[in-house]
Write a protein that binds this ligand. Structure first.
Ligand SMILES: Nc1ncnc2c1ncn2[C@@H]1O[C@H](COP(=O)(O)OP(=O)(O)OP(=O)(O)O)[C@@H](O)[C@H]1O
Ligand SMILES: [Mg+2]
Length: 264
């Protein structure tokens, strides 16, 4: 099963990715986190790793190499197949060890990061993400959780085309609600049937009800609600592994619903 975590900038996508990875692992599955956000670089710390893995982009020869295989104009459309990775299926155990780091039943893979000023657009990372997620070949006991960049550009690039379930993180803001509506529409346009909103940083039951009502108007189903939890905020501030005793039960319920929605 492959789950994409998306949403507005700062809504808590990476925190949710880390909490879900721990929750999946607690249920006895092997959690594989794919960092598909080319800008932010803190996910490895949230998962308890000192350093990030070497990005997949380097495994395939770097950004310029990927650019060279992309059609000149227009930039690869989602329907266009690319073959940057010279194989059709990628089992986890075949990924070279420097590109997949492991700890406590959780593995982390990173697609690529923008490292320098003026280095050009992030299209190569988007195309590589799409191809890698599609080709990633998981066993029944493996669950991939993909931390997306903020916004919806990844839908435009077709990164979700290999995804089974989309989770959009919604913090208490109008922008987040609007984005959730757009994500649900885009996910259904590409045939993803399991799309959910997960409320995050919820300050009260009243606000949770309000968010549920607003999402209902936008035809978005809510899978669960994580409260505003200082334990998450403080761990993140210190660069420590994220955990949340307040959210643990709800994360477990969210995973059960996700699994049953895709027949796992
Ligand atoms: N449930 C929560 N309770 C308290 N703080 C939270 C919660 N979820 C996330 N945060 C805090 O909100 C901030 C943004 O979280 P996070 O980095 O996970 O968001 P993001 O959506 O991944 O952001 P970006 O778009 O920059 O990648 C962080 O300071 C994080 O600690
Ligand atoms: Mg993030």
């Amino acid at each position: 099963m492959k789950i994409s975590i998306c949403g507005k900038g700062g809504s808590g996508k990476s925190a949710m990715t880390a909490l879900l990875a721990r929750g999946v692992q607690d249920k006895g599955y092997r959690a594989v986190v794919v960092d598909s956000d080319e800008s932010n670089s803190g996910l490895h710390r949230m998962l308890g790793f000192e350093t990030p893995p070497v990005p997949l982009l380097e495994l395939v020869g770097g950004k310029q190499e990927v650019k060279n295989v992309l059609p000149k104009t227009p930039v690869a459309l989602p329907e266009q197949e690319t073959n940057i990775i010279a194989r059709n299926q990628i089992p986890l155990d075949d990924i070279p060890s420097q590109h997949i780091i492991k700890r406590d039943g959780i593995s982390l893979i990173s697609v690529g990061k923008i490292l320098q000023a003026l280095e050009g657009c992030a299209c190569p990372m988007g195309v590589l993400s799409r191809e890698f997620i599609k080709k990633l070949c998981l066993n029944r006991n493996e669950v991939a959780i993909v931390d997306m960049e903020a916004g919806v550009e990844h839908f435009g690039r077709g990164v979700e085309s290999g995804i089974d379930s989309v989770l959009v993180v919604v913090d208490p803001s109008f922008e987040s609600l609007q984005l959730a509506g757009r994500v649900a529409t885009m996910a259904s346009e590409i045939g993803i049937r399991s799309t959910w909103a997960v409320l995050n940083k919820v300050p009260s039951d009243e606000i949770a009800s309000k968010l549920r009502e607003e999402l209902g108007k936008r035809n978005v189903d809510v899978i669960g609600a994580i409260p505003y939890d200082p334990e998450i905020f403080e761990a993140d501030l210190e660069g420590l592994p994220l955990q949340s005793s307040r959210a643990a039960q709800e994360i477990g319920r969210i995973i059960d619903t996700l699994f049953s929605s895709v027949g796992k």
